[in-house]
Write a protein that binds this ligand. Sequence first.
Ligand code: ATP
Ligand code: MG
Length: 420
Amino acid sequence: MSVKALKGFKDIVPGEVETWQFIEQTARDIFRRFDFAEIKVPILEKTKLFIRSIGETTDIVEKEMYTFADRNGSSLTMRPEGTAPVLRAYIENGLHAKKAVQKLYTIGPMFRHERPQKGRLRQFHQMSVEVLGSDLPRVDAEIMAMAWLILKELGLTASLEINSLGCKKCRPGFNAALLDFLNQTEDLCDDCLRRRETNPLRVLDCKSANCQKQYENAPSILDHLCDGCQDHFKAVEEGLEVLAVPYKVNSFMVRGLDYYTRTTFELVTDAIGAQSAIGAGGRYDGLVKQLGGPDVPGIGFAMGIERLVLLLDQQEDRPKPVPDLFVVALGESAQKKGFAITHAARQAGLTVTMDHQDRSLKNQMKQAGRAAASFALIIGEDELANGQAVLRNMDNREQTDVAIVDDVKAWAGEIVSKIG
Ligand code: ATP
Ligand code: MG
């Protein structure tokens, strides 16, 4: 019996991977234009990093983390999200001292033990950014504009929903009002009854239609913001207007992590069924300090790559990479020449492939056709005897001779110039 991959863990094979590369390249290019630097952080961290940042009573910490004891007995967790590890690295490497405002991005796998379904995996991938060191509302607008531009340059559209969760000054007042409301609401699901006691804000996230219907009458956090948070939120909206980024205010969006303060946002679409959030983020002023670092504000977002792939796959097929040249060689000495010119042409910048099964000339030409190579370089016994290889344009079937010379670099140069 062959060993299969774990449930919720997926291979990304050739034919699919091109879409992934397109997404990553598009995003990396935009990160560069916005002057963000890449940071790579480990996949394994101490469990307490996530408990302290994401929060003890969140879904992620309560039931989704891949947590286990390593051989020394210490509790480790496969990162469920990127913000906590990046902040740990920011603090540990003293990045705050190197630049007053750090703009960082990272791309990689995350792990959550959820029920696998379309757009929901146990190993999934995120592109995420963090801006540390500024609480200006302009920064909030800037990163939302960046997320929006990524979607735009991928050829996708989604709607941007924004909210403010207030700060430690005004949130308690809202929590009290919400609790009041919840205590007068009769028909809550078990999850919400539990959350009412542990983390009332979280009820607004409930997926039950019955609960959601009742929450239509719940108090709005936007009515409870202190002056500072109100001004900040207003300025974020103004920033989005300056950049002409369309958005919608959704006062019920609360996000599933405890560390958020003030601005939160989500990019949502109705094109991939139930898994509607393609990206989300928010401000987390106070989190760096809480993790033992300096008192600097921060904001970030993460986009789920699988969901972007689902959206892009609904569009036309991505062009697959094809070789520039297929080297067709028959007989031992011709193959030696072919092997050498293959390597030289690769060094000259061409994508080159060659038969690795010692098949007939006819079969090799077939392989070149199947690979959709632009040109074939044919070296049979006759060609070798004449000292002239045949360069065949696979589209229009035109052929020219290229002299076989001992200097493979010069030979490759000749081929490059003929291929254009
Ligand atoms: P959801 O409401 O769909 O569970 P979330 O609020 O848990 O999303 P975040 O923690 O904010 O998601 O992560 C940011 C993005 O990562 C999401 O918008 C989504 O695109 C993606 N994502 C989250 N969990 C998964 C998963 N299990 N599989 C695939 N993508 C995911
Ligand atoms: Mg989730």
